[in-house]
Write a protein that binds this ligand. Structure first.
Ligand SMILES: C[S@@+](CC[C@H](N)C(=O)[O-])C[C@H]1O[C@@H](n2cnc3c(N)ncnc32)[C@H](O)[C@@H]1O
Ligand SMILES: O=C(O)C(=O)C[C@]1(C(=O)O)C=C[C@@H](O)C=C1
Length: 260
């Protein structure tokens, strides 16, 4: 990205009281560095969105990027697909994120049709879409609100449509989960975070980022009506799933340049 991005040092000094994590201006300023050093596989997941879209997106279809932050999903698609291939709407609760996303998209992909709107993905009137992406967003909704959002997204998807859902996850087995969390903290150490940063961020995320199990994600997506759900990526306690609206979605994947 060409934007000025600062190194994430938000939890690097001792805090008397660690406030709940929020996507405020300090987080926006260091967000690219924070996600790169905190989400295992973040860059690899982004790199696959264009590849998946090439195979499943109807020509000129509408795409939603929900909880878009600085618009990385749209930029990833724009890096791979021509301007006429899709139209994208990014939605985020944080107006600061949306403002920066608009600036970055205008600078980096001025020819692609991408708009960024402030909004709560729980209360949106969704338009028909070929692809909907939730890249590390559902985990921030209160658990009780998650089913209804996924139901709405299923209804908004066109025939042949896909939902891509990336999430921090919790393993059902307690020991397996402890191992994954410990290795995740090692991953953060290896990326330059101190013990204090790791522990204060953990406290700040309590009751803010509430992870589900992979089984719960699969069950929710299946319950909403998706015909097929596949976990296509997992790196420690971070995973990405793709949910297909229709039964024949797998054989329905098209050649990269072919129009639907
Ligand atoms: C971890 S970030 C997403 C990262 C981003 N998708 C990416 O790929 O770089 C989570 C985002 O979800 C947004 N968010 C949380 N709850 C939301 C809601 N109810 N409606 C819209 N956005 C929400 C936050 O403001 C934040 O920008
Ligand atoms: O730092 C952590 O512990 C995380 O869970 C990473 C995570 C996420 O998964 O969304 C949490 C908050 C920030 O948005 C960036 C990354």
């Amino acid at each position: 990205m060409t934007d000025a991005s600062y190194r994430d040092a938000i939890f690097s000094t001792p805090l008397d009281r660690v406030a709940s994590f929020s996507f405020d201006e300090r987080v926006v300023a260091c967000f690219p560095d924070m996600v790169r050093r905190s989400i295992p596989g973040y860059g690899q997941i982004l790199g696959m969105f264009g590849v998946i879209a090439e195979r499943h997106l109807r020509h000129a279809a509408h795409v939603y990027d929900l909880g878009c932050s600085l618009g990385a999903v749209g930029l990833a698609l724009a890096g791979r697909l021509p301007a006429e291939a899709f139209e994208l709407t990014g939605v985020d609760l944080s107006l600061t994120m949306i403002g920066r996303a608009r600036e970055i998209a205008a600078a980096e992909s001025p020819d692609h049709r991408m708009q960024f709107v402030e909004g709560d993905i729980r209360h949106l009137d969704y338009r028909a879409s070929g692809m909907i992406v939730l890249n590390f967003t559902l985990q921030f909704l209160p658990p009780a609100d998650r089913d209804a959002v996924i139901d709405k997204l299923f209804a908004a998807l066109e025939p042949g449509g896909i939902l891509v859902l990336s999430e921090k996850i919790v393993a059902e087995d307690e020991q397996e989960n402890a191992w994954l969390v410990e290795r995740y903290h090692d991953f953060k150490r290896a990326n330059g975070y101190s013990e204090m940063e790791i522990s204060q961020k953990r406290t700040a995320l309590e009751n803010v980022l509430v992870p589900d199990t992979l089984a719960a994600h699969h069950a929710r997506l299946t319950q909403a009506g998706f015909s097929r759900v596949t976990t296509w990526f997992q790196y420690l306690n971070f995973a990405s799933l793709v949910a297909f609206k229709d039964k024949d979605a797998l054989i329905g994947a098209k050649a990269a340049t072919q129009d639907a």
